[in-house]
Structure formats: C-alpha cells, structure tokens
Design a protein around this ligand. Structure first.
Ligand code: GLA
Length: 577
C-alpha cells in the first residue's frame, strides 16, 4: 500500500524522500474533453503532481441534489491524472476562495439569513456533513492508501485570513477521518503571524501561500513548525482580473527566480495557477475590500498555460528550470489544439426581455421585495416590478441596497442604472398620469469569495422608496437564464433597446477552438447551444470570450446573447486570436 507522509523535514513517498512539484488545474474551469491535454502539458513541463479544489456549489446546486456529471465529474479528472501517473492533491475545503462564486459555498446556505459561515455553528456544520456524506465516499477509492493517486487533502482554505475558530477546523478534520480519509491532511495559510495562528490545527501539517519573498515566508512557517517539510501551497505566479481594472501580468523571469529559489531550498511547491481556465456561466466570484469588485469570466491568471491551454514563455522557462533541477529530460508536448477563425455572423432574430418574461420565469408576488436567496434563486438576474400611483411630481428613487447592478425602467422606458460600487445621485421620476409600472432588473455579478463580507445576498436587499415613501407589493421574476434555448424569437425583431435576447447561427464543418469578439455590444452573457459561456462587458479588461471547440458541433450552432444595453451592430466575430 503506497504511503505518503512527512519525516524529518521531508515528504516521504514509500520510504523515499520526495519533492512535490505540483500545478493547480481546476477541472471545473475546463471542458472535460481537454482535461487530459492540460494534464499532459503539466507533466511535459516536469511536474509530478496536480492540485485541485472541489467547489461545493457546483456539486450540490440545490440542497440535497448532487451533480457529478460532465464538468463536475471530479473522479474522472482524478482518474485521468492517475492514468498519466500524476499524484493528486485535493482541496475539498469546503470553502475554497479561488475567485469562485461565494468561495465555493452554495448560495442556498443564505436562505437562512442568520447563518454563520466558516465557524462552529451547528446549522452550517450539518450542511457540510450532509455534503461530505456524498463527496468523501466518492474520493475515498482514489486515495493512495487504496492504490489511488490522491496523496494529501486540505482542511478549509487560508482559514487564518478569515477567522480563529480552531474547533471548526477540527470538526472538518474529524469528518475526513470518519469517512476513512487516511492520507496526509494539511492546512494552508498566508505566512503572517495571525494567519498561521488562526489557521493551524494541532497535529496537522501547515503549508504557506505567497507569490514572492519565499525565504521570509518559509522562515515564518519554520518558527511555527520546525520539524516538518516546507511547502508553498499556492505560488502565485500571476493574478486574476476584476472588471474595470488593468489586466494582470507578471514577468516570467521574476517568477522563474522565485521558483528556482524554492526548488533550491528543497521546498515543495504548488504553482497557482498552472492553468487557470474559464469562469463559465455565472461562476465568477468577487472581492470587496474597499468596494465591490466582480471578477471577469477569464481565469487566465497569466499562468504558464494560458486560458486557451497554450504553453507560454513562463511555461518554457519553468520547464527549463525543472529540467536543470531534476536532471530529467522533459517529455514531449501533446499536439497543439486547433484554433480557427469561423468569420462573422449576424444576429438575425431578437426578443425584448419584457416580451419574453412569461417564457423564462414564473412570477412571485410579495409585499416586500425579496432577495434571490429568499426566493431560492442562485444565479443570474431578477426583475422586480411594482405599480406607482400618479399623478405625482418629480421624486427621487432610492434602492437599499442593490446587489449588484440594476437597470431601471418606467413603463418599460429606460431611466438609468444603479451600480453597487458607485455612489451616484439618485434617479428622479415623474408620473404625469394615473400610474406607471416601475421595473428594476438586478444583475447578480458574483458573490464575494474572500474576507469578512462573504455573506453576500443578491437582488434588492432592504427596500425601495420614492422620497420617503416605501413602495410595497412587488412582482418578481427570477431569471436564471438556464432555458434561453427554449425562447421563441419573433420573426420580425421587436424593440432592440434595453435588455434583449439576440439569436444567430454559426454553421461550421468541424468544431475547433475559437475566440468570440463582441465589438459594439455593451454588456451581457453569451450562450452557445444553451451553454452559458460567461459574461462580456465593454469596460474590459477582458474584451473577448474563449469558446472551446467541444462546445461546438458540426453543422448549425445556436448563439444567443442576452444584451443589457443594446448594440451598435448585430454582428459577432469568431477569430483565431
Ligand atoms: C488565496 C486563496 C486562493 C486564491 C488566491 C488568489 O490564496 O487561497 O483560493 O483566491 O488567494 O488567486
């Protein structure tokens, strides 16, 4: 039976000291058809291990309903790694951070407005227990103690950056043990004192996360844990992007220097990310330090393998460093994946959101506006409508609070927007006649995945008032947009301003990867054969969307855009780059 443990400041695999050289690749950010390709490239770079998180919200989308098929097929990913003779680190934490929606926690946890997260709070622990009753037995056959590739598993994630409830960490450890998880367990934290103090569990290996200053970080770890091996569980060699910010890049030479330094110290390393992939659908997270900052669709991360799975300069530099370090000749790279230009298509059909509501959603009425979570909605948009009596002169509209962006309409006429991160003057509205319909379309742009503001409800949080008069009696339309391929589009396009669905057809001989260019479009989501590829937004930094070939088919492919603001032209382009 293979064993992996620690002894005298070393990791020991089957009685031999081993240096773990691992790369983070998240199966949930890659189409399954490409898992093997990305893992082969990891191996060809000289790595011996792959690391992945396991996002709870993907696997238990609704309480008690589990999904392990397609992209969520985590055991198939692990088996693919095993086939390629890679070892696996798994982080089923259950909180993962990772710039992933709500740090991987399922939004249905927030249905209980009083829930306490990431601490020893029974109602929260019960939900973890129920999920682990399903997840852990699936992982168990793949542990190294069962001749599988999983050599170690993580408890929670950077817990010391968030809290100091060791009993909670012990509870998760005990759940692992109860389920027969008998491989090496570890935690990972930032190297600051309070982080190590808050995140460490007696008897459990601690690792550290950082992007530079390796010596200082390991010295700090050694002060707390003198007799164990040193490992950087997240070597941040790039970074992620928020909308409305610059794209992050990190100089490969600088990355190479830190990487080489760590290897030279005999440290084990997990390169975060080795290949970042894509936040498909509505799965991007957000940060909130000074203000709310949603993460973009791409999780390119400026990683050694870019979002398209192509080796970059950083890849080849790391490969060279590893060849020198291990003395082993690198393996050949697999054949490159074809990327093609399919030209331009015209979006010929359309239907306005207001005309398609009954096709997409069942309305719910309530005295107060309710949040998405209260209505059992996880992701997407929600439309709030109420009648306002008139006539009345100009009044100011206050919405407390909008999570995260809102488009406001009076009798379907666009009035303006509110955005969570902006402090702008309230809109004014005037009703010259008997009454008017107020509509507020709210977009969930991703729940916060890091820090004390983690509990991030979506929709209208408190209430809506005109001057000081609160508005009651609302009709709400949850819009998860998981059924847009069933929409009946009008033959003659309806109104094309404001939120509208546009449909076009891409006809191709043979699928290949391609890059979607959306010049002229403002903001929305793109669906390809019903699959939500993610959000586009003209503010950037991301300007295009990566469309992996396996999402296309030979012949006709249906493209739907949900565009919030309207377009300058009705064309979209499928390019090579
Ligand atoms: C932390 C988290 C990761 C990720 C990185 C930043 O280290 O543990 O999940 O969020 O930051 O990319």
């Amino acid at each position: 039976m293979p064993t992996f443990k620690t002894r005298n400041q070393h990791f020991i695999l089957d009685n031999e000291p081993i240096q773990i050289i691992s790369g983070a690749i998240h199966y949930f950010r890659i189409v399954p058809q490409y898992w093997e390709d990305r893992l082969l490239k990891l191996k060809a770079c000289g790595f011996n291990t792959v690391e992945t998180y396991v996002p709870w919200n993907l696997h238990e989308p609704r309480e008690g309903e589990y999904n392990f098929e397609g992209i969520p097929n985590v055991t198939e990913f692990i088996q693919t790694a095993q086939k390629l003779d890679l070892m696996v680190f798994v982080r089923p934490s259950p909180y993962i951070c990772a710039e992933w929606e709500f740090g991987g926690l399922p939004s249905w946890l927030l249905k209980d407005a009083n829930i306490k997260l990431r601490c020893y709070y029974e109602p929260y622990l019960e939900k973890i227990r129920a999920y682990y009753n399903v997840l852990l037995p699936k992982l168990k056959p793949f542990l190294c103690t069962e001749n599988g590739p999983i050599i170690a598993m993580q408890i929670e994630n950077e817990y010391g950056s968030f809290g100091n409830d060791t009993r909670y960490l012990e509870y998760i450890k005990d759940l692992f043990v109860e389920h027969g998880i008998d491989v090496l367990l570890f935690t990972s934290d930032g190297p600051a004192d309070h982080m190590l103090q808050g995140g460490m569990v007696p008897g459990i290996l601690e690792t550290v996360n950082f992007g530079s200053a390796a010596k200082e970080a390991f010295n700090s770890l050694r002060r707390y844990q003198p007799d164990e091996p040193i490992m950087c569980m997240e070597f941040w060699n790039g970074w992620f992007d928020h909308w409305m910010e610059e794209h992050h890049v990190r100089d490969p030479e600088d990355v190479g220097r830190v990487f080489e330094e760590m290897l030279g110290m005999g440290a084990s390393v997990n390169v975060y990310m080795f290949h970042g992939g894509t936040n498909f659908g509505f799965y991007n997270g957000a940060n909130h330090i000074k203000r709310y900052e949603p993460t973009v669709t791409s999780y390119d991360y400026d990683a050694p393998l870019n979002e398209y799975g192509e080796p970059t300069k950083k890849y080849f530099l790391m490969r060279e460093i590893l060849t020198k370090h291990t003395g082993k000749a690198p393996l050949d790279l697999p054949k490159p994946i074809e990327r093609k230009s399919f030209g331009t298509i015209e979006m010929t059909k359309s239907i306005n959101l207001f005309d398609s509501l009954h096709q997409l959603s069942e309305p719910i009425t309530s005295v107060f506006p309710k949040t998405m979570e209260e209505l059992g909605q996880d992701y997407g948009f929600i439309l709030y409508e109420t009648m306002i009596s008139g006539p009345r002169p100009k009044q100011q509209l206050f919405i407390r609070e909008i999570h995260d962006g809102a488009l406001i309409f009076l009798d379907n006429q666009f009035l303006g927007t509110y955005e969570r991160w902006e402090n702008k003057q309230p809109l004014t509205l005037e009703i010259p006649k008997e009454g008017a319909k107020l509509s507020i379309l709210v977009e969930n742009m991703g729940r916060i995945n890091y820090g004390p503001l983690l509990k991030d409800h979506k929709g209208i949080i408190e209430g809506v008032h005109l001057d000081n008069q609160l508005l009651f009696n609302w009709t709400m339309y949850p819009l998860r947009l998981d059924n847009v391929n069933q929409l009946h589009f009008a033959k003659n396009p309806s109104i094309e301003y404001g939120p509208t669905f546009f449909k076009g057809e891409l006809i191709i001989d043979k699928p290949a990867d391609t890059i979607v260019h959306l010049d002229g479009w403002a903001k929305g989501n793109l669906f390809i054969n019903g699959f939500n590829l993610g959000r586009y937004w003209e503010v950037g930094p991301q300007k295009t969307l990566y469309l992996p070939g396996p999402l296309l088919k030979s012949g006709m492919n249906e493209i739907i855009l949900f565009e919030l603001h309207g377009t300058k032209n009705k064309k979209i382009h499928f390019e090579c780059n």
